[in-house]
Write a protein that binds this ligand. Structure first.
Ligand code: GUN
Ligand code: ZN
Length: 436
């Protein structure tokens, strides 16, 4: 893209830090009538429109949304693209849901054309919902990774993905072997990692579907390719936890299965982490690893309530995850709406600025991508969304009674979904514009 300057005028809001560390007031920056200057895919400057407009060359076109809020693009720290077609398939908890709904649908992703068709639809949904980056599960098939990365590359999205490793306890057609999983992952890392904005995540599905040998080779991939990420599931469901204990009797805990193979470190992300002892939680925090809080999924599958308060107390990095297809919405606004309720059920509340942090800067930190995405500060990649305060009659009516920014933001998180996302920019380029 050209290094021509583009200017966007609206209210601007972004997180500076975690409200749990610095307090709410110091955790964000808000400009009521701001100007965002973008060139060459990056944010060049921002400030009050009244200050920046006079200095702008007359050739720079200014797009103005008088009734909108610009925030960084949302970051989904845990999602499965092949499960787009099974959202809402209910009736079971995790292990039965995997056998009945998930594995049958994942079998279809051996077909590269089908995988690409779903990847294209999936990425369209992300953009419609204001999500500009995600850590994504494909399937065991290398074709499913190629398809996903090819579509993401076309749109210059910052995305993380990596072939699922699973060599047992699943239909044979979905299983690799430790050796084939290792070799295919290596080839995919060489093909995709660091290409444009793409990054690779070594992705053992979960301890229940991986042998010791496979987990050992996953650790080797991480050691041999220091920049790649690790993505897996951890302690999501009580039956799963006791089953994993029976599969690995020599390990002291579910987390220890991963730690034993060198999979717990600063580039690791564990989805769910609900049924976890205090000691494991401390170990995760000390390692610099992150967890994904997936409230719609945890409620849909009846998995349990994630303890965000404990994560804050122990300094454990947390991002928000839709976990489509166990999760029920692509919208991170709706996901945060459910996170609020999960907090309420545990006697706490979710501050709207903490919610903003989880979906933006907190997600970037969880993925080790802070400094690049998750913020509107100059130098960051220009992934941002334009959110329409008047998207629905109810929002419009409700916001007439809302005074403060905190209250308006809380209402947006409660009532908002894809309808509020007016436009989504990726590396400075508009990639979704709502009709109407
Ligand atoms: N654990 C292992 N595989 C999966 C999956 O596909 N979804 C969820 N929610 N948990 C898992
Ligand atoms: Zn998942």
């Amino acid at each position: 893209m050209s290094d021509q300057l583009h200017a966007y005028r609206a209210a601007l809001l972004y997180s500076l830090d975690d409200p749990a560390s610095v307090g709410v007031a110091a955790s964000y920056r808000h400009l009521e009538d701001g100007l965002l200057l973008v060139a060459d895919g990056r944010i060049r400057a921002l400030g009050p429109a009244a200050e920046l407009l006079p200095g702008l060359a007359p050739t720079v076109a200014v797009r103005h949304w008088p009734d909108a809020l610009i925030t960084p693009g949302f970051i989904d720290t845990h999602i499965h693209y092949p499960q787009t077609g099974i959202v809402g398939a209910g009736g079971e908890q995790l292990l039965d849901w995997l056998s009945r709904h998930t594995y049958p649908t994942e079998l279809r992703f051996a077909d590269r054309d089908y995988a690409e068709q779903v990847a294209r639809f999936f990425i369209g949904e992300l953009l419609r919902n204001g999500t500009t980056s995600a850590l994504v599960f494909p399937t065991v098939h290398p074709e499913s990774v190629d398809a996903f990365f090819a579509v993401a590359a076309e749109l210059d999205l910052r995305m993380l993905c990596g072939k699922v490793l699973m060599d047992r306890n699943a239909p044979p057609a979905l299983c690799d072997t430790p050796a084939s999983g290792y070799e295919q992952s290596q080839a995919l890392i060489e093909r995709w990692h660091g290409k444009g904005r793409l990054g690779y995540a070594v992705t053992p599905r979960f301890a229940g579907s991986c042998s010791d040998e496979q987990l050992h080779l996953a650790g080797r991939l991480l050691r041999e390719h220091p920049g790649v990420h690790l993505h897996t599931h951890l302690a999501e469901n009580r039956r799963e936890v006791s089953w994993v204990r029976s599969l690995f009797p020599e390990r002291s805990s579910y987390l220890d299965v991963y730690a034993h193979h060198g999979l717990v470190g600063p580039r690791s992300l564990f989805a769910h982490a609900i049924h976890l002892g205090e000691q494991d939680c401390r170990q995760l925090a000390a390692s610099g690893a992150a967890v994904a809080f997936c409230p719609t999924s945890n409620l849909f599958l009846g998995s349990g309530l994630f303890d965000l308060g404990r994560a804050e107390r122990l300094g454990l990095k947390v991002g928000i995850g839709s976990d489509i297809g166990a999760g029920t919405s692509f919208s991170l606004l709706q996901t945060l709406n459910e996170a609020y309720k999960v907090e309420q059920l545990q006697g706490r509340s979710l501050d709207p600025f903490k919610a903003l942090y989880l979906a933006t800067l907190g997600g970037a930190r969880a993925l080790g991508l802070d400094g690049r995405i998750g913020s509107l500060a100059p130098g960051h990649e220009a992934d941002f969304v334009v959110l329409d305060w008047n998207a629905t009659p109810l929002l419009q009516f409700r916001l007439q009674q809302a005074q403060s920014l905190a209250e308006r933001l809380a209402v947006l998180l409660t009532l908002g979904d894809d309808r509020v996302v007016q436009e989504t920019f990726v590396a400075g380029v508009s990639r979704h514009r709502r009709e109407g």
